[in-house]
Design a protein around this ligand. Structure first.
Ligand code: BES
Ligand code: ZN
Length: 631
């Protein structure tokens, strides 16, 4: 009784503590107890993307002992799990995919019987381990496959390895209950080559060790999709009291300058929605083959180097991944059908951080670009499968990767913005702050969120008037979608009009005065008619766009170059596609080549580039290009 009330008091102190003053006064161990007691009580929803049955028997802690071998491209070791056999039944189920399971032991090294279930596309195989009602520990000795889906082994004198676990790829490098609803704490001992550093989504070293051994601890319970590891010739540079950047020696200086505002973002984020509970917020700049812009691995965001522009113009990605420390990592989508609860909330939060740090002008430009992308994608998806434009997704029997569209992100964002505009910002902020604190270290599904909305923010009349069900369970964009007001982008659109009608020459465009967002708008909002190769040539001669150091602008430029067959940019196109593996850039560029009957060029570039791409990217590109190994 006494212990329980102490815990409640501690939890209340944590939830109500204010933002100023030093962070993390509450020791991590207490937090982990708090997070664990909550987890034990939770009844989890059925997750169609995991074989595990966490309501029967669930993992609570992982001690991972592993060796990383660049020669064989294999991670091998033992995953020692603490388990809670809730049902007192006789089995516990893990997810695996392409793992070589060598032995399974219970408690103090009693060998156990186990079996692998049938292989299922993108799901892998269930590992069913026989246990007793009293079993407390399960240890699995295994090795990953050289083509494990999560891993990319980048070759070189100083090789690099990174993982990308979201959505269901953690099971390709660690046997686990690979469902976002299952949270556990972890510690790890990892052996790597002596000249390399290892980092995880956990407490991290700031220097290389002498013997290539590293110890990690993650004291807050996290789901498996946030398990992450990187190994490489990595250096550390502090950026502020709670923020630092890790990168290879060639990038560390530039990265530390580019992301120097990260600490300001952290301060702004805490002021908005409550304490940052993960102790540190560091960035790791990965090789350009990283298939995403960023990944919110707790304590250590993984990021593409393509956001180093030299002028701090692409830092909204950092705001986004930082925001996930609340939306996603603290309050986690229950299943991948609820992905919008992670990403929509994160885009909203990202925008608020951007507004706080850089001002409304900038954040409105970003919102306008998000709207532009959303409208385009809604149109495309409506033609193929209108149900995929619902916020609540239907991913059963599909790869959860299919849910990664602008819907979760930008329809999610506009939904929350619509709520904000209707209830007023201060009411909405209080609602969100309460949402994050009262659901900290829990999972959330769409139905629970709707219940929360009804209980705390909207009465029946408002719920109906704001068309909440249309937003969440309906197709397309409801007509009460907010409109964005960016005067600066309106001016860009006017410039487009004048330039494409011949009223204004390339020379007279205010390109040099434009910020990244304005340049991007210009290049992505050009009408397909009214632009030709000659006009692109003039632009390029005037402003040297092919040589721009801003990869977002370069991407948009290369897309236009393909569409209008502006050949002088083609060498740059090839070099971009063979060095950058970010899927968001690859898909539109290869697609543009297909759409303009330049398939031969697409295939020739892809053949050269493919070996260096991550499985997440080749998965999508193979399908787009109908690639088969024999080509
Ligand atoms: N968590 C996502 C990346 C992700 C989603 C990986 C689903 C695998 C499955 C991350 O936070 C993200 O959204 N990244 C974006 C950047 C962002 C600024 C929109 C990206 O990589 O483009
Ligand atoms: Zn995200």
């Amino acid at each position: 009784m006494k212990k329980l009330s102490l815990l409640i008091v501690l939890a209340l102190v944590a939830l109500t503590s204010c933002n100023d003053g030093p962070k993390n006064e509450k020791p991590s161990t207490e937090r982990s107890e708090e997070s664990k007691s909550k987890i034990a009580a939770m009844k989890l929803a059925q997750d169609n993307h995991s074989f595990s049955r966490p309501n029967d028997a669930v993992v609570t802690h992982l001690a991972w002992d592993a060796k990383v071998d660049f020669e064989t491209k294999v991670i091998s070791g033992t995953a020692h799990f603490d388990i809670d056999n809730k049902s007192k039944g006789n089995k516990i189920i893990f997810d695996t995919r392409d793992l070589d399971i060598q032995a399974v032991m219970l408690d103090d090294q009693t060998p156990s019987s186990w079996e692998l279930g049938p292989e299922k596309e993108f799901m892998g195989q269930a590992l069913v381990v026989e246990i007793t009602p009293e079993t407390k520990k399960v240890s699995i000795t295994y090795a990953s496959s050289p083509d494990a889906g999560a891993l990319l082994w980048v070759e070189g004198e100083k090789p690099f390895l990174f993982t990308q676990s979201q959505a269901i790829l953690a099971r390709t490098w660690i046997p686990c209950q690979d469902s976002p609803g299952v949270r556990y704490t972890y510690e790890a001992d990892v052996q790597v080559r002596e000249d390399l550093m290892a980092l995880m989504s956990a407490s991290n070293p700031t220097e290389k060790s002498a013997d290539g051994k590293y110890h990690f601890e993650m004291k807050q319970a996290i789901p498996s999709y946030l398990m992450a590891l990187a190994v490489g010739d990595i250096e550390y540079r502090s950026m502020g009291p709670n923020t630092a950047v890790y990168a290879t020696p060639d990038l560390i200086e530039a990265a530390a300058w580019e992301f120097a505002e990260t600490e300001d973002m952290l301060v702004a984020a805490e002021a908005l929605y409550g304490d940052y509970v993960w102790d540190r917020y560091d960035l790791l700049i990965l090789p350009a083959a990283f298939p995403f812009g960023g990944m919110e691995n707790p304590r250590l965001t993984f990021a593409t180097p393509t956001i180093i522009a030299g002028d701090r113009s692409l830092t909204s990605l950092v705001a986004h991944e930082l925001a996930h420390s609340w939306s996603g990592n603290l309050v986690t989508n229950s299943t991948w059908d609820d992905f919008w609860l992670n990403e929509g909330f994160t885009v909203y939060f990202e925008q608020r951080i951007m507004e706080a740090v850089y001002g409304r002008d900038i954040s409105e430009m970003l919102a306008q670009l998000s709207y532009q992308g959303l409208v385009k994608e809604v149109d495309e998806i409506m033609d193929k499968n209108p149900n995929d434009t619902h916020l609540k997704l239907h991913l059963k029997d599909r790869d959860p990767d299919d849910g990664m569209s602008a819907i979760a992100y930008d329809k999610g964002y506009f939904f929350l913005r619509m709520l904000e505009e209707n209830v007023g910002r201060s009411t909405f902020d209080a609602f969100l702050k309460d949402y994050f604190t009262s659901n900290a270290f829990s999972v959330m599904d769409t139905e629970q969120f709707v219940a929360h909305l009804k209980a705390k923010l909207l009465d029946e009349t408002a719920y109906t008037a704001l068309r909440i069900d249309d937003w969440i369970y309906g197709a397309g964009l409801p007509e009460n979608c907010p409109t964005v007001g960016s005067d600066r982008l309106v001016k860009v659109d006017e410039a487009i009009q004048k330039w494409t009608s011949g009223e204004q020459s390339s020379k007279d465009l205010p390109w040099n005065d434009w910020m990244y967002q304005e340049r991007y708008r210009f290049l992505t909002n050009l009408p397909s008619e009214g632009v030709d190769e000659k006009m692109l040539k003039e632009l390029d001669e005037e402003y040297g766009i092919t040589e721009t150091g801003n990869n977002e602008v370069l991407f948009a430029w290369l897309e236009q170059s393909i569409l209008h067959q502006y050949q002088p940019a083609y060498p740059q196109l090839r070099s971009f596609l063979t060095s950058v593996g970010r899927r968001k850039f690859l898909t539109p560029l290869y697609r543009a080549m297909l759409e303009t009957e330049q398939r031969d060029m697409a295939m020739s570039i892809y053949e050269e580039a493919r070996p260096a791409y991550h499985s997440v990217a080749t998965g999508t590109m193979d399908e787009l290009l109908s690639w088969s190994e024999s080509e």
